[in-house]
Design a protein around this ligand. Sequence first.
Ligand code: ZN
Length: 323
Amino acid sequence: MSNEVLKVGALSAGPGEKRYDVKEFPVQGQSYRLPMWLINGSRAGGNADGPTLVVTGGVHAAEYASIAAALDLGRSLDPQDLRGRVIVVPVMNMPAFTARSIYVCPLDGRNLNRVFPGDARGTASEQIADWVFRNVISQADYYVDLHGGDLIEALVPFTIFFRSGNDRVDRVSLEMAKIFGIHFLVCSETPGSTFCAASRAGIPSILAESGGQGIWTPEDVAMHTNGLKRLMRHLDMIPGGAPEPMSFTLLERFLWLRSEHAGFWYPAVAVNEAVKAGQNLGCVKDCEGRVLQTAVSPSDGVVLFIVTSLAINEADPLLAVGA
Ligand SMILES: [Zn+2]
């Protein structure tokens, strides 16, 4: 990256500048408004030497700890302290944020984190993904997408990375996940997700999860903000030196269990609980209390997230085990 001016479309920030603006672009004939910061560092070493980090939040727009952390980064990062360049998109899915929508974008009912790298001629979510991927994410040398449990999900924090088959990208993605400092690391392929699409495009990427159930405690937010600071220190983008290594548990499988029925969900385990293969993890009942489905653990492992709403729909996630 040797271009001195950081640009997204017509927005630009020269060396030493920080720009906040709301970028507008057409989605299904309407103007879509995307808030973002462009932060172009001028710390010794010069921006020509530093990498470009892209941070996104609010792909799932009720995962508030992630959005709060992205806002903190955009508001607080000083270009005088920065080597390299940072683009922060704090709320990618603003229609879903406004609507407090779970999982999906209200413009088309699609999960934005299942349609990357998008399609310029597709549905609203596919068009949003396409624009953000081409104009923002593709500029990254490193990419972090911030998430958490949705309004109806509890989780223990974890960081996901993807093995794309490109040795350099996969090695750096795993290194980023370790540096981020969250204890559980999960190797997973989620088709259409931000971090898988970016990894496939040659950009080392992680997706970090913290917070949930519509709650964003200072601890939940700090999990993300500390991770971002640790990563930027590791990359020598901000002062502070290399961060101390943190202990981690690497989980090679991310096993989702889904409901086969609409009904009432009764979990039998808690997040961060160790479980055994064959263990009863909870059941889906009908109105009269008949068991429609028992969720059985497919493996020894740890419960990473649980849906906490009593209401459950057919094909909804129930919980996930990391193994
Ligand atoms: Zn999410």
